[in-house]
Design a protein around this ligand. Sequence first.
Ligand SMILES: NC(=O)c1ccc[n+]([C@@H]2O[C@H](COP(=O)([O-])OP(=O)(O)OC[C@H]3O[C@@H](n4cnc5c(N)ncnc54)[C@H](O)[C@@H]3O)[C@@H](O)[C@H]2O)c1
Length: 389
Amino acid sequence: MPHSTSAPPLGVGMVGYAFMGAAHSQGWRTVARAFDLPLTPVLAAVCGRDPAAVSQAADRLGWAAAETDWRALIARDDVSLVDICTPGDSHADIAIAALEAGKHVLCEKPLANTVAEAEAMAQAARAAAERGQLAMVGFNYRRVPALALARRLIAEGRVGTLRHVRVSYLQDWGEDPALPLVWRLRKDKAGSGALGDLGAHIVDLAQYLSGELLTGVSAQTETFVKERALPGGKAGQTGEVTVDDAAVFTGRLASGALTSFEVSRLAAGRKNQLRIELNGAAGSVAFDLERLNELEFHDHTLPASEGGFRRILATEADHPYLEGWWPPGHGLGYEHTFTHQARDLVLAIASGTQPEPTFDDGLQVQRVLAAIEESAQKNAVFTPVPAPE
Ligand SMILES: NC(=O)c1ccc[n+]([C@@H]2O[C@H](COP(=O)([O-])OP(=O)(O)OC[C@H]3O[C@@H](n4cnc5c(N)ncnc54)[C@H](O)[C@@H]3O)[C@@H](O)[C@H]2O)c1
């Protein structure tokens, strides 16, 4: 593993320190020791709302300082990049303020809670890019080496004219009857449910891997558990779940390829299972997040007698991102996606090139999510997705 910690510093300030905050911290702590980088990320300050809890988080996660107001974090001279790991209701305010203050921004997905917010963020990112500040969305699954390899094979034409993309992303934590009405179950906080949480990932992934955009969708959504206990409320006190628990939708890609998607938080036994398969005239690729070092590839140009899916272990030195890691066969995990995300963003900042996924990409995903909700409200009527300007 090369070391590059003598490179000039890039001060990072992170807002939110729970699940994604911990995952991003790990990425920032590791990246300059795994990859040879022209800038060394420095964990300058972390922000939360509770002074004692954020101080503790700073110690635990490796941040030099703690702040209790994200505006103060943005204003710090030692912060050049603001990393947003909060629920969706604060993404737009923080990202726009940071970009306007001349900071680079990494924002967790979904980009925003509404299309209008995402439009304002994308506009702020375009204006900031002209001044040299860059913005990126945290669709981290693009950074799984096996999926980056799938993208490479598809871009090289190894799958050929695309026929199908088939994706599901399933969890089961919603089956817990004791689960209180956490922020993820509230539209004012999360924007939508399984749709914005899991659906945003697989819409991005399907479009990224295929290299095409969805032109329209037909959808159904459901909230299976409509009331949940209020957090901190009295016994028996409940509140309404205002987001979907699950969504199923079909769509068309620009080439005419057909796609099908399923997301759920109530798929008993499925903890965090993301499966994606793309079928084309020249071949197919298939991936399962539970076996994230592997990509299945079928080369349909071979004689039928030699065809069939074969398992590629995406741990070779010339596989995407593997130059920073271990000898072949010594697999990677979920956390590496955040290190790779940090790597790609640092390289883009150092070279002044636009990192991907852009806020415009995040906006387009938001438009797909809005079309899905509109279609579901109209009993699955086919609903076009507006093309990017
Ligand atoms: N990329 C992924 O795979 C992935 C996975 C999970 C969540 N996410 C996304 O990451 C974001 C955060 O999700 P999470 O799972 O980390 O949530 P979480 O509940 O674990 O953490 C949210 C954090 O934000 C803080 N916070 C909330 N409002 C704040 C404010 N106004 N100022 C400062 N801090 C504030 C909370 O204190 C907490 O530390 C969401 O957008 C979510 O969709 C992405």
